[in-house]
Design a protein around this ligand. Structure first.
Ligand code: MN
Ligand code: MN
Length: 306
């Protein structure tokens, strides 16, 4: 049975590149595997694939009767439909362990590093498989993206080391320049509907039984998003009423100023003060130094909701 490699919903560059690379590595280990995705690729990923000759994985959303390798997530809420009707045979991730369970032993690579692709770089080394130059380039970009060019508090020395090595394999001398180019592509919101921007990097969480949505938009300058704020908030209201959320938060992250303006829509806005020690000013709150949803936003909210 062929295995399918899949990342989380609303795929980002790490999720897509991880699926492509793991399918490559598995194939070279003699196990048939194909990358799939739970949705279309975002503009940043499109840029990375274009740069290194990658192809966007086919979109599939159901796990029934499939062998599945999960990358960049292990939460049911982030995964394929009917995951229990398929078989999870491996997990490669860098998030907190989720609620996926299996009926058979599995291969599991979950490391506390800044990007799944950093783990995958080490897996290629472990299995003594040479990393193709184009895949090295994509892995390198995914690490620069997930770690916000090493600025995120999630970044570890392993991430930097992996980028250095991958850049050499890919033949990229000025990888930081490529990173800036990539973040400029990510920042371009011109003409994109607010609904699409809200969902671009959006995740639902279960926090003590409450449905909490947290989205994030990373830009090189927050003024890019200023004209969109009202429309984004209106989309948050729509999503909340349709999805039955307790709260929806949207991080508008300025990667140069290194902080986030968080739009807040909640049945109990006091959770923000509880989580960050700072109250909401109108519809939003500036969180200085906050770049990482995973490390700086989800844990304090989980505590505040508990
Ligand atoms: Mn991801
Ligand atoms: Mn990731």
């Amino acid at each position: 049975m062929a295995a399918y490699v899949v990342g989380h919903k609303n795929p980002d560059t790490d999720t897509i590149v991880s699926a492509i690379a793991i399918a490559d590595l598995w194939s070279k280990r003699g196990i048939e595997a194909s990358p799939i995705a739970q949705g279309p690729v975002n503009p940043e990923t499109k840029f990375v694939l274009g740069k290194f000759g990658g192809t966007a994985p086919e979109v599939q959303t159901d796990a029934t009767d499939k062998q599945i390798i999960l990358v960049d997530h292990s939460d049911l809420a982030q995964s394929l439909d009917n995951l229990d009707k398929g078989e999870v045979v491996a997990v490669v991730d860098h998030h907190k362990l989720g609620d996926v369970t299996t009926s058979n032993p599995l291969e599991m690579w979950v490391w506390p590093v800044g990007c799944s692709c950093t783990v995958i770089k080490a897996m290629y080394d472990f299995y003594n498989v040479e990393i193709p130059a184009n895949i090295a380039g994509m892995l390198m970009c995914a690490i620069l993206s997930d770690t916000v060019m090493f600025k995120s508090p999630t970044c570890t020395p392993q991430d930097k080391e992996a980028v250095e090595t991958l850049a050499k394999i890919a033949g990229v001398s000025e990888y930081m320049d490529l990173g800036v180019e990539m973040f400029k592509v990510k920042s371009a919101v011109d003409g994109t509907p607010a609904a699409e921007l809200l969902m671009r990097d959006y995740k639902d969480f279960d926090m003590s039984g409450k449905k909490v949505g947290i989205g994030q938009l990373e830009v090189v300058d927050l003024s890019i998003l200023e004209p969109y704020k009202e429309a984004l908030y209106a989309e948050m209201e729509k999503l909340k009423s349709e999805g039955g959320h307790h709260s929806i938060f949207l991080l508008l992250t300025d990667i140069m100023k290194e902080g986030s303006d968080m739009l807040v829509l909640s049945d109990d806005p006091a959770v923000v003060e509880k989580a960050f020690g700072k109250g909401v000013d109108g519809k939003s709150v500036w969180l200085d130094g906050v770049l990482s949803r995973k490390k700086q936003v989800v844990p304090p909210f989980e505590k505040a909701f508990a």
